[in-house]
Write a protein that binds this ligand. Structure first.
Ligand SMILES: NC(=O)c1ccc[n+]([C@@H]2O[C@H](COP(=O)([O-])OP(=O)(O)OC[C@H]3O[C@@H](n4cnc5c(N)ncnc54)[C@H](O)[C@@H]3O)[C@@H](O)[C@H]2O)c1
Length: 257
């Protein structure tokens, strides 16, 4: 175990969680990843917790965190990256089973893991948590449960930051814009998503790379952000900044160099 303890990354087998676990392990941290569909990360020292870990199950989370701390020592950093995307529907076609699935994994799961890990951090007066929210939680879209769940993640981040602030434990969120994970690429390949429509409203006219989100998470976990708690940091290539420009005729092109 490294001197600064164990960093746990949920949803660490794929996408943003995998990029974050890889970066943190490359930085020399002792990283453990959990996932509902656990797969090792090739080419990194991040350690796979081999049993499937469902963030939405209270019993599984409580037992799983106890087992992980027994095996790897106290968790001093937590990245809540496990999540599922919202299914796009008109309001009359929103199925409540789908609503429950998205809210249970994205919001309830984030809270359950943060609570199970954070209470121990608060007792030890040491630790940092980063929740992966989304720009979808700051805007509207035809993904009713997902936007509500992610807004809830941003809110619960503030509540936990206030709850544990006096102990020195910090809790922050990042809100990725459309990020080029395998899951998003599959959506583009299937035709369900259009790359140009995802990129063009952003100030930078592009998608976000998983490693760019990982870099922001690593900063929020590190002592370099020691004065920061309760924030929600968009990592969105300027999606929030650029999206309203459509009302004024669109974003300007870069001048020819
Ligand atoms: N990719 C994007 O464009 C984007 C944008 C904004 C926010 N996000 C958020 O980032 C997070 C990671 O998304 P991603 O794009 O890397 O997706 P991904 O599908 O590549 O990775 C998500 C991981 O979470 C795991 N997972 C799913 N349900 C789980 C559960 N119940 N318990 C434990 N693990 C579970 C999956 O197996 C997978 O490995 C999610 O919260 C997502 O909402 C993604």
């Amino acid at each position: 175990m490294s001197a600064d303890g164990t960093i746990l990354v949920t949803g660490g087998s794929r996408g943003i969680g995998a990029a974050t676990a890889t970066l943190l392990a490359d930085q020399g941290h002792h990283v453990v990843i959990v996932d509902i569909a656990p797969e090792p990360l090739v080419g990194t020292n991040a350690i796979l917790w081999p049993a499937p870990f469902d963030v939405a199950s209270e019993a599984a989370v409580v037992a799983g965190i106890a087992d992980i701390e027994q095996a790897h020592g106290p968790i001093t950093g937590l990245v809540n990256a496990a999540g599922v995307f919202g299914k796009m529907h008109t309001i009359d076609r929103v199925r409540m089973e789908q609503w429950d699935r998205e809210v249970n994994i994205d919001l309830r799961g984030t809270f359950l893991v943060a609570r199970s890990v954070g209470i121990g951090m608060a007792k030890r007066r040491h630790g940092a948590i980063v929740n992966v929210a989304s720009v979808a939680g700051m805007t509207s879209g035809p993904i009713h449960a997902y936007t509500a769940a992610k807004a809830g993640v941003i809110q619960i981040t503030q509540t936990l930051a206030a709850e544990w602030g006096r102990t020195g434990v910090r809790v922050n969120a990042v809100s990725p814009g459309f990020t080029r994970t395998a899951a998003l690429e599959a959506g583009i390949a299937s035709g369900a998503l259009n790359k140009d429509l995802l990129a063009s409203p952003t100030a930078m006219n592009r998608l976000v790379e998983p490693m760019e989100v990982a870099q922001a998470i690593a900063w929020l976990l590190s002592p370099r952000s020691s004065g920061v708690t309760g924030i929600n940091l968009p990592v969105d290539a300027g999606y929030i900044a650029g999206t309203t420009w459509a009302a004024y005729g669109g974003l300007p092109e870069a001048p020819r160099s």
